[in-house]
Design a protein around this ligand. Structure first.
Ligand code: GLN
Length: 466
């Protein structure tokens, strides 16, 4: 059931928060050994919280699963990494977790992810494999793959993920659930383990658009602990959610429908756009001329920021500490050598390189300039359209292992999602049917809806119409 349905049952006295948790634990025991979405969960402490859940609050009594890079007091926070999996326990709640608790929700379960959120398949988790509930031979997407897979598998009611270049929207698309990346500054990242600080946002993965609105309502808003978090009022995201798309202008970027898109993805996305037209939206072709540079720009800026953010993992302050170092440099080196997986090392090396004095101008500072051009593309587009509609990913979920040792191929698959992070605008993925692909059948496809900065209410309204 959705949050909305469960809330009705809770308020009618037809179920209790404890009963919901016990049922979830049963579903997890039945299916998660195959799916592998959960890294850990603590039923006992969740049930203790459920006992005094305040049902009068908007998420009162509802368990919400949390990606394992968001701190929850007293729980593990592995980031899918061996660096943190053995001896790190969160000493505090992330601000989003505090806000969820203040809305009555119960954080329950820690979800698998690509190590430090670097990846698009959850295959870069150093801890376990997560499978797509629609086809266990396939990836759930990533990096919030555990969050998406659990919601699709009905082992979680809803979940939080993080999105630096598509990590909420793309796994939502691959698993057939709703995923919302809010605008940069809409939601506090205090307590989210930083990957690329100018791009990271936290958002919900849910079974319905209404549920995404409910969670965004709870987590959005000012937080003095994150200096990038905006002090602007949070609208009521449910007020206009059922108002439909009549009279709206929706832009279809011609650069997003070129070669390389799987025909089944194209067909489903185009059909969804036609349905929006049938409901009264005006569809216009637009251009985002710098789109072709988005992947290169992102894969300079994100690793640069990651190389700086991850320098805190030095073997002293957090997590893993190598045994028997000869001196302090040896301790840094050994701890990082042992603790980080290959993709994280690749990003740190790449990021350090583009920031180094000889290459800074050629790569990092140039990427920042192209980033401005990409942001301006969107600003120009939103002078003419209310929102932009597009695919989320070029193909449905691929097979596990299909891109092994081919990181470039993997990076290129982020083409439709990373521009929103570079521009700081919100994006939502909403299921728009299923297709056959590479021997798999009935694989979910997502429609992406992008809107102007802080335009989440309208995105939810369009997504609901879909
Ligand atoms: N796939 C992208 C990357 O690997 C985006 C990841 C994310 O959004 N956290 O960096």
């Amino acid at each position: 059931m959705t949050i909305t349905q469960l809330r009705q049952q809770l308020l009618a006295g037809e179920t209790t928060s404890t009963a919901i948790l016990q049922q979830l634990a049963g579903e997890i025991a039945a299916r998660d050994p195959q799916t592998g979405a959960y890294l850990s969960h603590d039923l006992e402490s969740a049930i203790a919280e459920a006992a005094h859940a305040d049902l009068s609050l908007p998420l009162g009594g509802i368990p919400i699963a949390i990606k394992d890079n968001i701190n929850v007091l007293g729980q593990p926070c592995t980031c899918g990494s061996k660096f943190l999996s053995e001896n790190y326990t969160s000493p505090y709640d992330a601000s989003v977790v505090k806000k969820l608790r203040a809305a009555g929700a119960i954080p329950f379960g820690r979800m698998n992810q690509d190590e430090f959120a670097m990846g698009s398949a959850t295959e870069n988790s150093a801890l376990q494999i997560t499978r797509n509930p629609h086809d266990p031979q396939r990836i759930p997407g990533g990096s919030s793959g555990g969050s998406a897979a659990a919601v699709a598998d009905h082992t979680a009611i809803a979940a939080l993920g993080s999105d630096t270049g598509g990590s909420i929207r793309q796994p939502a698309s691959h698993c057939g659930v709703v995923g919302l990346k809010p605008s940069y500054g809409r939601v506090s990242r205090y307590g989210l383990v930083a990957f690329a600080s100018s791009l990271d946002q936290i958002g919900p993965l849910t079974q319905s658009v209404d549920d995404a609105a409910l969670i965004l309502q709870a987590i959005a808003g000012y937080d003095p602990l994150d200096s990038t978090c905006l002090d602007v009022p949070v609208p009521d995201y449910l007020t206009n959610i059922n108002d439909g798309v009549r009279g709206m202008k929706l832009g279809v970027p011609k650069e997003y429908f070129g070669t390389g898109i799987d025909p089944g993805v194209r067909k489903n996305v185009e059909a969804a756009i036609q349905k929006l037209a049938a409901q009264g939206a005006e569809i216009v072709e637009i251009s985002l001329p710098h789109s072709e540079h988005a992947v290169a720009t992102y894969y300079v800026i994100a690793p640069a920021e990651a190389s700086s953010n991850l320098s805190r993992f030095d073997g002293i302050r957090y997590g893993r500490r190598a045994a028997n170092p000869t001196d302090i440099l040896d301790l840094y080196k050994k701890s990082r050598e042992e603790g980080f997986g290959p993709e994280v090392k690749r990003r740190i090396i790449l990021g350090t390189y583009v920031l180094s004095s000889g290459y800074y101008d050629a790569y990092y500072s140039r990427a920042q300039k192209v980033r401005t051009l990409i942001r301006r593309d969107f600003e120009t587009a939103f002078q003419h359209v209310d929102a932009i509609v597009s695919p989320i990913a070029p193909t449905p979920a691929r097979r596990i292992g299909a891109f092994a040792n081919d990181p470039l191929h993997e990076y290129l698959s982020d083409i439709f999602t990373i521009s929103a992070n570079l521009a700081g605008i919100p994006g939502i993925s909403v299921p728009c049917g299923t297709t056959d692909f590479d021997g798999g059948t009935h694989l979910p496809v997502g429609l992406q809806i992008l809107g102007p900065h802080l335009g989440e209410a309208k995105l939810l309204q369009i997504a609901k119409a879909v």
